[in-house]
Design a protein around this ligand. Structure first.
Ligand code: FES
Length: 567
């Protein structure tokens, strides 16, 4: 096997000439032959002025380069796509697979013996791991890390659970004049990722649980010295795995480590998005995420982490309480402790060294959990033949088993136009339904599942309603919200057939979501639906056309069908 500069030579028909030319060009950067004989460690540069969650990437690159050079390697930084949640039209999920494709091809095209993947905002870690799993290169993930907490009128706050709480209060007219502007300045007080247990924090915890990042890498704040030390250590470790050519992603992302990640997902109060991304990441390594297993673990593994939106604290408090190694020690009975990690040890060794922090109130003991069940439940029923997900740890207890009249919105645009209309026929106890917001229908499965409470109900003090959709929801959000209904409406799933006024029954304890309409009537509606033109025409060109043709459903990770693992 070729390594270093000799790997992946540009094809001129003469390998020695290709190498000669490559060296001639790279020497323009001032490298010596001595430098060019070292193991090459690629380092992704996802810094972007549009991405404050990656605002510390330049610092982390410097630290990772230092680690690589201290260990005798040659760091080579290269740019890739960068995606921020609030700067991605129509939605960041639409671009995740593009980033995964682009990163995969750059990992293949450029010579490197290992790669340091630096990312953090929701879609960027999944995209990079999908890429690295497909290439199966020795890889180490460095999350950019969470923001520090903000403070407002004596309370801690942060992005973006508190963004939603304050915005809901602003909509309901209960905030003082000018307060929403003051809050806007304080929700994101530093660079880094959202500091609640949103999707970014969830994915950082999951890559650490999978063994793809160093112990402790999930939780150190973006601006801390710890974060830079993690980057330096990751650079040094990358040289070791490059020399050993092991472990590659496929050696770490296995059935057993996926099981560990699902246990962690349940115990941290993790984001529903984590299910989709884990499915896609594991799928690239030929490992299948089974929704029934996720649900079973949700019954066995309680939420132990006291972080918003399920609890009270933020990621920096988690870090100071011992971080993921300490949390996983509480979960040891459910974990495969022999799983290896990129640090060259096992999970058992990692949790054996976990720190006990006296008096901390962030990581709860296994026998005294924050919540008696796990974060997520998987629902089936005549509305979701291939499944749906609810974050039960952030839902209202009194709505977990209820029936209500459907109020249907046919698209995100339809909802935006009508939700606050005083004439909307909606009352407390109804169930809001949003469709054509799935992977294909929207397109890109936007985080529109957190439908706002209709203004007239919000003003009357209604704080939560059952909301169901084929969309996703930000991991920072809370409420009784059923997501990822599969198949989606745009694919002719039963959600497409629901009419306003139908009665929907939600039964989280029984794991059911059903519309109470008889089968004959549903068959009649389906026959009518099939005669309708498609909700959206196939885009004429470009990535939009590729996306529409090849995007898979939520239970397949919303990967492109042609990028999924093939034996
Ligand atoms: Fe990037 Fe929340 S917007 S992590």
């Amino acid at each position: 096997m070729t390594t270093g500069l000799r790997s992946g030579l540009t094809q001129y028909g003469d390998a020695e000439f290709s190498l000669f030319l490559r060296k001639a060009f790279i020497k323009a950067m001032g490298y010596t032959d001595e430098a060019l004989t070292r193991p090459i460690i690629g380092i992704t540069n996802t810094a972007s002025d549009y991405n404050p969650c990656h605002g510390n990437v330049p610092d982390l690159i410097e630290a990772a380069k230092r680690g690589v050079m201290l260990a005798g390697g040659l760091p080579m930084v290269f740019p890739t796509l960068s995606i921020h949640e609030s700067f991605a039209f129509p939605t960041s999920m639409y671009l995740r697979n593009l980033m995964a494709m682009e990163t995969e091809e750059m990992l293949r095209a450029q010579p490197m013996d290992a790669v340091v993947l630096i990312a953090g905002c929701d879609k960027t870690i999944p995209a990079q791991v999908m890429a690295a799993a497909s290439v199966d290169l020795p890889s180490i993930v460095v999350p950019t890390g969470p923001m520090s907490v903000g403070h407002h009128r004596g309370e801690m706050l942060g992005a973006c659970t508190d963004c939603r709480r304050f915005w809901a209060a602003h909509r309901a007219g209960t905030l003082a004049e000018g307060e929403i502007e003051a809050v806007n300045e304080r929700l994101a007080p530093s660079v880094g990722t959202c500091m609640v247990m949103g999707t970014a924090s969830t994915m950082a915890c999951l890559v650490e649980a999978l063994g793809l990042a160093l112990p402790g890498a999930a939780s150190a704040t973006a601006t801390s010295a710890d974060r830079k030390r993690i980057a330096e250590a990751s650079g040094a470790r990358a040289v070791a795995i490059a020399k050993a050519r092991h472990p590659k992603v496929g050696a770490l992302l296995t059935d057993k480590s996926l099981h560990n990640a699902l246990v962690v997902l349940q115990a941290i109060g993790g984001s529903t998005n984590g299910v989709i991304h884990l499915t896609a990441m594991a799928g690239r390594a030929g490992v299948t995420l089974d929704l029934a297993t996720l649900d079973r673990l949700g019954r066995e593994v309680p939420v132990l982490l006291n972080l918003k939106p399920s609890g009270a604290y933020y990621m920096e408090h988690f870090h100071h309480a011992g971080g993921l190694p300490r949390l996983m020690r509480e979960l040891a009975d459910n974990l495969h402790l022999d799983c290896p990690n990129v640090a060259g040890t096992t999970l058992g060794e990692v949790i054996g060294k976990a720190e006990d922090v006296p008096g901390q109130g962030v990581i709860f003991a296994r026998d005294k959990p924050l919540k008696s069940t796990g974060a997520l439940a998987v629902l089936l029923g005549n509305l979701a033949p291939r499944g749906a997900v609810i974050k039960q740890s952030a839902a209202s207890k009194d709505l977990m088993s209820c029936s209500g009249r459907a109020v249907v919105f046919d698209s995100v645009e339809d909802m935006a136009q009508r939700i606050d209309d005083p004439a909307l026929d909606v009352m407390e106890g109804d169930i809001l339904v949003l469709r054509h917001a799935g992977p294909k229908g929207a397109p890109g499965m936007p985080e529109a599942g957190y439908m706002p409470i209709p203004l007239k109900l919000a003003k009357a003090g209604v704080k939560d309603m059952v909301r169901i959709s084929d969309a996703r929801m930000s991991g920072t959000a809370f409420g009784t919200i059923v997501l990822h209904i599969t198949p989606e409406a745009a694919e002719g799933g039963p959600l497409a057939l629901v009419e306003s006024g139908d009665v929907i029954r939600l039964d989280v304890p029984g794991r059911r979501i059903d519309v109470q309409v008889d089968e004959n009537e549903m068959a009649r509606r389906l026959a009518t639906w099939k005669k309708k033109p498609p909700h959206r025409p196939l885009p004429a060109r470009g990535y939009a056309r590729l996306f529409a043709r090849h995007i898979t459903q939520a239970d397949e990770g919303c990967d492109f069908d042609f990028l999924m693992h093939k034996d």
